[in-house]
Design a binder for this molecule. Structure first.
Ligand code: AHR
Length: 827
């Protein structure tokens, strides 16, 4: 049995009011066609236009930036896999039948538009938009259309099924020599999630469309956002919203960095942006809209500004001199737009957009995931300029700039890693200096390893947040990333909320997050626990990493059976006649195009043996070692989970076994000494002791590693020379907080067995209490078909007492709401 003691007599500290927040970035087509429910894809006809200064790669397949970063393009349809089942068309999403259709880049609606759609209808011709994998129509609802067009044509404007059954029809006679705005609304007589929008003409004619939009009339609070997705956000009980990114703030070229002036004003006048997530946004979901979302959901706005450089992981470009000063001015303008009075220059624009009262603006982050000297100098400039003019804003740095002596209020730390890492990762905050800057965990998610987006990773993320909560005196803000995924346009996985054009669901962690934030409490209580520990349970292949060219290996066996070379993660092997394999380190091509590559020493080779990933096995190999300088890592549990996004940004696609995303444990043999480490990329976390090894230099040495639950036994030439125990971690995590009425006890059981947990309190509670419980099989996840497969249930118990037992189900997260017997007096 595990036990938890809760001391209510003295609260540790007040909880951080904005601890739970949201991070929105337009990724996975979460803006247009998502939260911003535009129904027509490519409404500005600019999708197929290459980003400025970028050169096409292989026709329309991809492009390369002047600095050499490559991305898929596919004539503006984005990723190749998004095209599955989609017929090719010269103007993405638009299909012409009996109509000549082309882009006109000369005769545009305004200077910010890049093209217009130039159509010549034959009698009976039509042009159709397929939306974001169909338009979702609900019977009896109104859909508002506007377009800026010129020409002479009598049109029929239809909402219809994929096989041309008409649900709604309106006539539109256009006889306009100049661009003119036309508005109408359509009300379908049937529900269809896969409908089409069609303009047809019986008599034929000419039409130039400068911009077109179709939106549902029924939106959240009438402010234009998709209702079900806003409700999902509301149910997270969050306190702030970080926007608009993410890497998109940085861009992959100077022109693709998100700029404030492009995000305000009439939407048809806003320049569009190619986002590094492989599509173009028309910026209809812009700065004003983000601030409105914050107001509608009662969230503190956190605006992220580009501070004069593009994405450092994607071959950056730098703004200098006057260009850099302009970014600072734009940051001022954005702040003024949000908070200056309506009579001011920027306040007037805000008022014209429908919001005369100032919005709130609470936090401002200087850059996204930027680092190194090029960031520090820019950060310092931005910090001083903004702080001096707007001292009320809380400013956030991307890295620990205080260590360089720079003024630093809040530091944004990001963590994307394995579930095992998450279980204990936030414990590090116990060691942080209490007088240092506040910490914002601005992006976190389990993105690699065996469990992603399922219940097990949700439990690991919950344990991470519970440890972060225990450090709320310095960890003041947190946000999971990314927030949204249109399942038809996935560029990154996992994401908190998934949707298609008409339905949505939260991944298991969505529910855990909402349970956590609802029961945040006002004060953190001191807990002492005596709980069972456990070990990570990895699975993977065996392998060998050699740091010297030409290392030879032979007689490789897994569980006594010969295991052949299977993957050249870095370099490869040459087979020799004597049956040995020589590791070769020619890997230039393999590393080409990897973003965020860790440091790989020169002459490294990393190969695996066998195909079957195992959790426990006996691994034998013989390695020819010539001197103590010849260093090797004997790898076990090598497992590769490439993050989706980086695969899309390489050309040709890399194989799934690649150096960036192959985690492993290694028996690292250096200078005649052996030591164990778990390795993520090329970052080593050593554990256990270092042992001298009786290696026989100049000959093949027989190494054997036996992997078992919680550790390793290592043999050299038949002798047991080293054992290593993995670092155990708690299988039960606990956290307690209170408000004036309730004590909230949170318990994660990360183990595969149920566990009785004795809870001892130093105060009286009422016998009847509720527990919200999230549980299931560790690999369970939610989907459009089973949106609530992993979702909380509430149970009522009657055994509440100062000491009582709670049965924590296997793989579960519980929040117990204990009502105090004597309510604390409110002063
Ligand atoms: O959340 C997805 C991406 O991860 C963000 O754009 C970036 O900040 C991070 O690298």
């Amino acid at each position: 049995m595990s036990s938890i003691k809760i001391c209510t007599k003295k609260a540790l500290f007040d909880t951080a009011p904005d601890f739970y927040g949201l991070f929105f970035e337009d990724i996975n087509r979460s803006g247009d066609g998502g939260l911003y429910p535009e129904m027509l894809r490519n409404r500005a006809f600019e999708d197929s236009i290459l980003p400025k200064r970028c050169e096409p790669l292989k026709g329309t397949y991809g492009f390369v930036t002047p600095e050499g970063w490559r991305d898929q393009f596919n004539n503006g349809e984005g990723l190749e896999r998004w095209l599955e089942g989609i017929e090719k068309t010269p103007v993405p999403a638009w299909y012409a039948h009996g109509v000549s259709m082309e882009l006109n880049v000369e005769d545009r609606l305004n200077a910010n538009r890049l093209a217009a759609l130039d159509l010549t209808f034959e009698p009976g011709g039509s042009v159709t938009n397929i939306g974001f994998r169909g338009l979702s129509l609900v019977q009896g609802q109104s859909y508002d259309l506007y377009l800026f067009a010129k020409g002479r044509v009598k049109l029929s404007v239809n909402l219809e099924s994929a096989d041309c059954h008409v649900y709604a029809r309106e006539s539109l006679d256009i006889d306009a020599p100049e661009y003119t705005r036309f508005d109408l609304s359509l009300c379908p007589d049937q529900t269809d999630p896969d409908a089409r929008f069609t303009l047809s003409s019986d008599s034929g004619g000419t039409l130039m469309i400068g911009f077109i939009s179709l939106m549902p009339r029924d939106t959240y609070k009438g402010h234009g956002m998709r209702k079900d997705l806003m409700e999902m956000l509301k149910n997270t009980h969050s306190r702030f919203l970080r926007f608009p990114g993410g890497c998109i703030v940085e861009g992959f070229t100077k022109e693709t960095a998100i700029r404030f002036p492009h995000m305000i004003g009439p939407v048809w006048e806003r320049p569009s942006h190619n986002l590094m997530w492989h599509y173009r946004t028309t910026n209809g979901l812009g700065y004003h809209e983000y601030l409105q979302i914050c107001e509608d959901l009662d969230l503190e706005p956190m605006y992220v500004v580009n501070c004069g450089l593009t994405c450092q992981g994607r071959k950056p470009e730098f703004f200098e001199g006057e260009e850099l000063e302009q970014w600072i001015r734009e940051a001022f303008d954005a702040i003024d737009y949000a908070i200056a009075p309506a009579r001011s220059r920027w306040g007037r624009l805000r008022a014209q957009a429908g919001h005369p009262e100032p919005f709130k603006l609470t936090y401002l982050e200087i850059g996204n995931e930027n680092d190194r000297e090029v960031y520090f100098s820019r950060y310092e400039k931005f910090y001083h300029a903004i702080h001096q003019r707007y001292p009320q804003l809380k400013l956030i740095s991307n890295t620990h700039t205080e260590k360089l002596g720079l003024p630093t209020q809040i530091v944004d730390e990001h963590l994307y890693s394995t579930a095992d890492t998450f279980v204990t990762a936030a414990k590090k905050y116990c060691d942080y200096h209490r007088n240092g800057p506040e910490i914002f965990i601005g992006e976190y998610a389990v993105t690699s390893g065996l469990d992603i987006g399922n219940l097990k990773s949700a439990l690991a993320e919950t344990m991470y947040l519970m440890d972060a909560e225990k450090n709320q005196d310095i960890v003041r803000l947190t946000a999971y990333a990314p927030l949204f995924q249109n399942v038809d346009y996935t560029a990154w996985y996992p994401n908190l909320i998934a949707f298609n054009n008409h339905a949505c669901y939260g991944i298991p962690f969505y529910h855990a997050l909402s349970m956590l934030s609802k029961s945040h409490g006002q004060r953190l209580l001191c807990t002492r626990s005596d709980v069972k520990n456990g070990y990570p349970e990895p699975e993977g292949l065996n392998g060998l990493i050699a740091y010297q060219e030409g290392t030879r290996v032979r007689n490789v066996k897994v569980d006594g059976r010969p295991a052949g070379f299977s993957h050249g993660i870095i370099g490869s092997v040459t087979h020799h006649e004597d049956g040995s394999l020589e590791l070769t380190s020619d890997y230039t091509d393999q590393l080409e195009g990897y973003p965020n590559m860790g440091h790989i020493p020169p002459h490294t080779a990393f190969v695996t043996f066998g195909e079957e990933e195992a959790s426990h096995c006996t691994y034998d190999l013989e390695v020819l070692l010539l001197s103590p300088d010849q260093e090797i890592d004997i790898a076990v549990w090598a497992h590769s989970t490439p993050m989706l996004f980086s695969r899309d940004e390489t050309d040709p696609f890399y194989t799934s076994w690649n150096p960036v995303y192959t985690d492993r444990y290694v028996w690292s043999i250096k200078q005649g000494q052996g030591r164990f480490a778990s390795v993520n990329r090329f970052n080593y976390s050593y554990f256990g002791s270092t042992s001298p090894l009786p290696i026989r230099y100049g000959e093949y040495n027989h190494f054997q590693v036996v992997t078992r639950h919680g550790g390793f036994d290592c043999y050299l030439n038949g002798l047991l020379v080293q054992t290593a125990e993995m670092v155990p971690y708690p299988m039960i995590a606990e956290l307690a907080s209170e408000d004036d009425t309730y004590i909230y006890v949170k318990i994660v059981n990360f183990d595969k067995t149920h566990e009785a947990v004795e809870i001892c309190l130093d105060c009286g509670i009422q016998a009847i209490y509720e527990a919200e419980l999230l549980t299931g099989c560790p690999k369970d996840t939610n989907s459009l078909e089973e949106p609530l497969k992993v979702s909380p249930v509430t149970r009522t118990f009657d055994n509440g007492a100062d000491t009582f037992t709670y049965q924590a189900s296997a793989y579960s997260f519980s929040v117990l709401r204990l009502k105090k017997a004597i309510l604390r007096e409110v002063s």
